[in-house]
Design a binder for this molecule. Structure first.
Ligand SMILES: *Cc1c(COP(=O)(O)O)cnc(C)c1O
Length: 423
């Protein structure tokens, strides 16, 4: 019997079966978590991190040792020459934008080889919108290679790269698509392919949702620049805001000139007491990502057991923390999200309803009960109300907490006579 919450016996039984199926994936996740934890720990020890690195700077923030050392720790962990880790990157999109504008110049060409990038990047590139100062407005060309059978199209990519390609852009995570995420091994193949055609091309990877999912990171696979958000994997559920860019030193320097000013670069930026949580978030990140992965694997196994489509399958190799479930109709999506919300540590009393979210072409229902608003390393679920009625689920600060939320979601569906497969 599950204490404190009412869960139908048949759902509990399905949960026990799902847990059995998860065993070998959980073992694998534990192994990766331990490896990455040791990697992080070693970097902290190497740089002799101490209380002095948490001291708060103000004003220009010159000589902030905590900030400067965090960049070095980060660079070591991600096998990069340099990094810029800042709380004043306001979100992942801002971080990616800083990197793109930092590196690209008028007349350059950016080629995205993983289909159309994540929604919020469209306005940055200039795929949508006009006059807002997109890359396009500044004379930077854009091209993309569509996916083929949900995978990068190697032949079309080889043909698309030429002497004029300045940057090749790769999105590691699936984002809100049903395609599989890219593994670091697949990123390595892509890097080899594009560099065989043009060795000077800069390979940039949108690393959002990918950090610490595997033992290697994209720079180790030959990428030149990566960027991500602190309210996803890399902040470990501790960082309340921020982002990072890491990679080749000359490129990171250009990004720093864009974030602050040409000339000032990395030398400035008051940390206002944020260092401690950025360090602590990084320290927790491998473990938190492991918990989020276990949550995703379990949810996949549980709902597959009920007879729903899941991507990825519970036993698939993963390149990010995102899980999606085909819940088949609007009522089920809403009940699922309401169940997740009802078990959240924060805002459990709220009832998510579908609404017309700006920028979406259908209604969306979202569940999120997080310590940090919008954090998606904490358990959250979003579902556009449209065919094929999939919910996207990510995060989970700890597995047990995410597990009860998943069970409450199943229970909520069952209470409304929507849950398949338990009679
Ligand atoms: C979340 C995400 C972004 C954008 O990050 P925000 O913090 O939402 O601005 C970009 N790319 C991918 C793949 C993401 O998952």
């Amino acid at each position: 019997m599950i204490p404190f919450f009412h869960i139908d016996e048949r759902i509990e039984k399905a949960s026990d079966e799902a847990l059995k199926k998860c065993k070998s994936q959980f073992d694998l996740i534990d192994e990766i978590t331990e490896y990455n934890q040791l990697k992080v720990q070693k970097a902290f020890i190497k740089h002799s991190i101490s209380e002095t690195h948490f001291i708060s700077s103000t004003g220009y923030g010159y000589g902030d040792r905590g900030r400067e050392t965090l960049d070095k720790v980060w660079a070591d962990i991600f096998c990069a020459e340099d990094a810029i880790v800042r709380h004043n990157f306001v979100c992942g999109t801002h971080t990616l934008t800083t990197a793109l504008f930092g590196v690209l110049r008028p007349g350059d060409t950016m080629l995205c080889i993983t289909g159309t990038p994540y929604d919020t990047i469209h306005g940055v590139i200039g795929i949508t919108g006009e006059g807002m100062g997109s890359l396009k407005d500044f004379g930077i060309n854009y091209a993309e290679v569509a996916l083929k059978d949900e995978k990068p199209d190697m032949e079309a990519i080889y043909n698309a790269v030429n002497d004029y390609t300045t940057m090749v852009y790769i999105q590691r995570s699936r984002g809100y698509e049903l395609r599989p995420s890219l593994t670091v091994g697949e990123i390595e193949e892509l890097v080899k392919l594009v560099k065989s055609k043009n060795p000077n091309v800069i390979v940039m990877v949108d690393n959002c949702y990918g950090e610490f999912v595997e033992k290697r990171e994209p720079i180790e696979a030959g990428a030149d620049l990566i960027a991500g958000s602190m309210i996803k994997n890399a902040g470990g559920g501790i960082a309340r805001t921020g982002g990072y860019i890491a990679g080749r030193a000359d490129l990171v320097e250009k990004c720093a000139y864009r974030l602050t000013t040409p000339g000032l670069g990395k030398e400035v930026g008051a940390t206002l007491g944020m260092n401690r949580e950025l360090y602590m978030g990084l320290f927790y990140a491998p473990h938190t990502v492991g918990e989020a992965l276990k949550s995703a694997v379990y949810i996949s196994a549980l709902f597959e057991g009920f007879g729903y489509d899941t991507t990825p399958r519970y036993d698939a190799k993963r390149g990010d923390i995102v899980q999606s479930l085909g819940l088949e109709n609007e009522e089920s999506l809403v009940a699922f999200c309401q169940g997740i919300q009802s078990g959240s540590p924060i805002d459990s009393f709220l009832t998510p309803e579908p609404w017309d979210m700006p920028g979406y072409d259908s209604k969306v229902v979202m569940a999120a009960g997080a310590f940090t608003l919008g954090s998606s390393i904490e358990l959250s679920a979003d579902a556009p109300i449209r065919e094929p009625f999939y919910a996207w689920i990510q995060g989970g600060l700890n597995f047990h907490s995410a597990k009860i939320c998943a069970l409450l979601a199943a229970q909520q569906m069952h209470d409304k006579n929507l849950l398949k497969g338990i009679d």
